[in-house]
Design a binder for this molecule. Sequence first.
Ligand code: SF4
Length: 337
Amino acid sequence: MLMTEEKKAVLQVDNLSIAFDMADGKQTNVVEAVSFQVFEGETLALVGESGSGKSVTSLAIMRLLQMPPACITSGKILLNGKDLLQMKLDDMSSVRGNEMSMIFQEPMTSLDPVFKISNQLIEGIRRHQPLDKKQAFAIALSMLKEVGIANAEKVIHEYPHQLSGGMRQRVMIAMAMANNPKLLLADEPTTALDVTVQAQILQLMLKMKEEHGSSILFITHDMGVVAETADRVMVMYAGQIVESGPVEQIFTDPKHPYTKALLQTMPSLATNERRLPTIPGTVPSPSNFSAGCRFSPRCQHAMDICDRTIPAESSFESGQIVRCHLYKEKEVAAHDT
Ligand code: SF4
């Protein structure tokens, strides 16, 4: 990977806020003032529990959010400098599957059960490349081989239901990478697979990223998956980024209490625990967000100020950025010197 100073942002998200119309008629922010960049060639993991706003963020990037009830209330999403939120929806179809692609947890979200794999791959390739059917078929077949599908000559003529879950996810990766996208968004792509297949699919995604010169925004709730795939990590809680930084720092010196709690839910070979700890409580619904730190009802370190005041971000030399009152004094001290 290139050094930080030389890296170019493929994706830049600036101050993105997304609101939803609620049952009581009010509009509530479910993603608030989120900013980040995905650099050329890197894998950035967006991690958090279910309900934290990760998938809403990724769907907004793809312009796949249903609006209404969703509404983007502020921000920019730049893909290679192009503001996706300013593009007409018709023009977005030339970006999706071409400049950026998405892989979902359930491949059948994207695979059409009534069409053979060949038709679906060929259609996706010809939508973005001026090729005849024979040429597109040749690329489709070579992509199936590249993603490790044994007997690809036979599989290409099959229907999605004839394939195992792992094979369907390989087909999805072949479809997503067929037009050499600069950015791949992967939303829990291995959650539905068993552990052995999960490891194979993660390795395959990293291999494809290297070979096709892409970047990955990896959305997951699983810190084990983060450890295996990411260069950098952003931890999201209740619609806000609460900590971000290089993967080594996040794992060796997590700072935010939520990041620490997430790491404690990872299986450890050392302790050989049969039952994994969970984080007490649940992510609050947007209408119940605290006026201060949104993690305060579940935080073991909560102080009086936490319920009342929104914590500011503190930056560390390690590259970590943390939103927590525990670090306020350090931040002030750093600014004073
Ligand atoms: Fe816990 Fe307070 Fe930090 Fe929030 S701001 S994570 S409640 S210590």
